[in-house]
Design a binder for this molecule. Structure first.
Ligand SMILES: Cc1cc2nc3c(=O)[nH]c(=O)nc-3n(C[C@H](O)[C@H](O)[C@H](O)COP(=O)(O)OP(=O)(O)OC[C@H]3O[C@@H](n4cnc5c(N)ncnc54)[C@H](O)[C@@H]3O)c2cc1C
Length: 362
């Protein structure tokens, strides 16, 4: 049976022969980039289609790979494996792309609620927590210039990925080998058959969307349990008085380079707004002043934002649609793309190669 996303039947150009590519990867944010590298390592033939990062959440991210996050100090189950695979992947990519893409970076967590003390104590009883979560330091031992009446702790094992450089260098790498198409793929332009897909002159065994929140607009993925939020952050001029470490106390301040620091982020549920919002800027600047009451008002160099696409069930979406076996999704990484991405991308490629990709469940 011949299928297309909008059910318009079009003839396939490959006729009785097999599709010429293994994968058509749609989206070159962090996940599409990681997938392209893993596919190349596995010897797969692929093309990446991206619209020029028109709507990339990856470009708003601080790139932090944080083992324990949120009030609950939550961590994914196989944390140490995820950290190990991610660190190795970013080291390999730094060599391939000839750019330092990752630096280990401890985080100082300043406590703001009693509940965090309890959660911290509970996580320290786990194997990963005992290794990576430092003890509570009493008030006055936290980052310079930051009041810490409830104390603070150090979180080891994480780091910071230079996501913008990773995307830029991967784009150049893809272009050099003729594997990048700059275009916005519309669902109606994609033809799907049981044995493959076709878009313009490209035919592949599988079309996989790595389009971040945009995938929720596709009929095939609309019914998935998305968890979506808009996040905005400020790029500040980095002052010598700012802490050297990544610090978190409800909001995060992370050094980016000699001259810039990232401060954020908001969690908003109005997904229709576009562009920098003055209200978010004001909220973030008020919070900065609350965190660093003695510091002068920071100079804002830029305001950035994007939509985080996560899954309400927790793990990302990685699999095939039930109706169209030539259409897949690798998405829904929420706020943890840097940590979860490398492991899930490797599993996706392995399962694609072994023909064991599972069907996505709503
Ligand atoms: C403010 C903020 C801060 C964050 N901080 C962190 C952090 O510190 N650490 C962390 O791990 N995560 C963080 N995240 C989450 C992180 O951004 C995601 O986990 C990850 O980057 C998502 O990558 P992605 O490739 O799935 O999606 P995206 O980065 O959104 O990439 C999708 C790409 O597909 C393109 N595209 C979409 N539709 C089409 C189409 N039809 N045709 C062609 N191209 C298309 C888009 O333009 C884009 O280039 C943050 C997110 C936000 C918003």
């Amino acid at each position: 049976m011949l299928l297309t996303c909008d059910r318009i039947h079009k003839p396939l150009i490959w006729g009785n022969t097999l599709p010429s590519l293994d994968l058509l990867i749609v989206g070159q944010g962090l996940i599409g980039s990681l997938l392209a590298h893993a596919a190349a390592d596995a010897g797969l033939e692929f093309t990446v289609i991206d619209d020029g990062h028109e709507d990339a959440a990856s470009l708003a991210a601080a790139g932090l790979m944080t083992p324990f996050t949120g009030r609950r100090f939550s961590a994914p189950q196989n944390l140490e494996t995820l950290l190990d695979i991610a660190r190795r992947r970013y080291a390999t990519l730094s060599e391939r792309l000839n750019a330092p893409l990752y630096r280990p970076q401890p985080m100082i967590r300043v406590f703001t609620l009693d509940e965090e003390h309890r959660r911290h104590a509970r996580q320290r009883q786990t194997a990963a927590g005992a290794r990576l979560l430092g003890p509570i330091q009493p008030a006055g031992h936290g980052p310079a210039g930051m009041p810490d009446p409830m104390g603070s702790c150090r979180i080891e094992g994480g780091g910071q990925v230079d996501v913008a450089t990773l995307l830029q260098q991967t784009r150049a790498w893809l272009m050099a080998s003729g594997r990048l198409q700059q275009a916005r793929l519309q669902p109606a332009e994609l033809t799907l058959l049981a044995e493959g897909c076709q878009w313009q002159e490209h035919s592949a065994r599988l079309c996989v969307l790595c389009t971040g929140h945009q995938a929720r607009h596709w009929d095939a993925f609309r019914g998935l349990p998305w968890r979506l939020s808009r996040g905005q952050a400020l790029i500040l001029r980095r002052e010598t008085t700012m802490p050297l470490e990544v610090v978190h106390a409800g909001r995060t301040l992370a050094p980016l380079d000699e001259g810039r620091a990232w401060f954020g982020a908001t969690y908003e549920h109005d997904l229709d707004k576009r562009g920098p919002d003055p209200g978010a800027r004001e909220t973030l600047l008020d919070d900065y002043q609350r965190l660093f009451p003695e510091a002068p008002a920071p100079e804002v160099l830029d305001q950035i934002g994007g939509i985080r696409a996560g899954s309400r069930h927790g793990p990302p979406f990685a699999g095939l649609t039930s109706n169209d076996p030539a259409l897949g999704l690798l998405d829904g990484f929420g706020s943890r793309g840097t940590l979860l991405g490398p492991w899930h991308v490797d599993r996706f490629v392995e399962r694609f190669t072994n023909n064991t990709l599972a069907t996505l469940k709503p």
